[in-house]
Write a protein that binds this ligand. Structure first.
Ligand code: TYM
Length: 329
């Protein structure tokens, strides 16, 4: 029997952080290695054009993300790794789905509202229709599952709505996909446990390729809560709980076990151990990423061959869609 498909992507817009890893990329690798799915992982370059960017940097960011994927453990022999813009069907299907997407729903999207605030001088139409392109990314590959952080849930809800609407109007064409979350679907900032970790605040964000010294300095400066016990309590101890969640996700140990380990230790001892855990976890990744970054030819070849494979599936779907809506003549 054919394996169920899953698809996900990340925007190439700079260095990845621990939120991207614990919410998404770590899961990509585990799902790939479980051997239970047909996996498609792409570089969402078209999505990244909705934010201000420097064309000289964009191709570097694309290759850097390809290096990130491989350094973290994605393997082009097990997963199809590709570049979104190399496959025109993504844009074509997005344009078709836009006709089913109510303006009101797009207007309610949290990410659109937040980005409109952070880039008030550039509230562009691409930002507004972002979720329809994301729906196309997923629906083209008949994906049943989409591994993402929980900030993407609203977009996936719309993806399901669009699939349902299309199917009802034009006949069964799309699968309604489900999000797959990790045990750390929302990693919070080191400086404020009410805010998501984000690269726009580099001092309170742990980048995967931060040096062990940078990791230590950032973790030791992380805000904590009142009291001194290392206990998981999201309401009373949101900051410590966020740090404990990182520790648990990286070590695979349940939080109760970690609490016991630090029962007679203070915050500073816990943070020292967390910083070491993070630095060690990414030692191999840092080394591989450094090596891969010098091999742009290899990275380009992997993306080209992945894009060729993905295009076969995507083109089949877009042809079916065009037939269903009556524009294939
Ligand atoms: P992007 O590039 O913003 O983020 C990549 C992935 O990282 C997750 N993430 C987090 N998870 C936990 N805690 C955090 N603080 C945190 N910050 C980011 C995101 O949820 C995401 O899974 N729209 C997507 C890219 C995309 C996509 C798609 C994903 C485009 N098309 C189709 C899946 C399917 C995005 O902006 O991710």
């Amino acid at each position: 029997m054919a394996k169920p498909s899953l698809v996900s992507g990340i925007q190439p817009s700079g260095r990845l952080h621990l939120g991207n890893y614990l919410g998404a990329l770590k899961n990509f690798v585990e799902l790939q290695n479980s051997d239970k799915y047909q996996c498609y992982f792409f570089i969402a370059d078209l999505h990244s054009l909705t934010e201000p960017f420097d064309p000289k940097e964009k191709s570097k960011q694309i290759l850097e993300l390809a290096a990130d994927y491989l350094a973290a453990g994605l393997d082009q022999k097990k997963s199809t790794i590709f570049l979104q813009s190399a496959i025109p069907s993504h844009s074509e299907l997005a344009r078709i789905l836009e006709n089913l997407a109510p303006m009101g729903e797009l207007n309610r999207m949290t990410q659109f509202k937040e980005k409109s605030k952070t880039q008030p001088g550039n509230v562009n139409a691409g930002l507004f229709t972002y979720p329809t392109l994301m729906a196309a990314d997923v629906l083209l590959y008949n994906a049943e599952f989409v591994p993402v952080g929980d900030d993407q849930d609203q977009h996936l809800e719309l993806t399901r709505t669009l699939a349902r609407k299309f199917n009802a109007k034009f006949g069964k064409t799309f699968i309604e996909p489900q999000p797959l979350h990790t045990s750390a679907p929302r990693v919070m900032s080191l400086g404020n446990p009410e805010k998501k970790m984000s690269k726009s605040q580099p001092a309170t964000c742990l980048f995967l390729d931060d040096s062990p010294e940078e990791i230590k300095a950032k973790v030791m400066r992380a805000v904590t809560d009142s009291g001194s016990e290392v206990t998981y309590d999201e309401k009373r101890k949101p900051a410590v709980s966020n740090l404990l969640m990182m520790y648990a996700s990286l070590t695979g140990e349940p939080t109760v076990k970690i609490e016991k380990k630090f029962a007679d230790k203070n915050y500073s001892q816990f943070k020292t151990s967390l910083a070491e855990t993070i630095a060690n976890h990414f030692a191999d990744y840092r080394k591989k990423k450094r090596e891969l970054t010098t091999k742009s030819y290899v990275l380009k070849t992997i993306l080209k061959s992945g894009s060729k494979k993905a295009a076969k599936i995507a083109n089949k779907k877009i042809t079916e869609v065009k037939e269903k809506i009556g524009i294939a003549i």
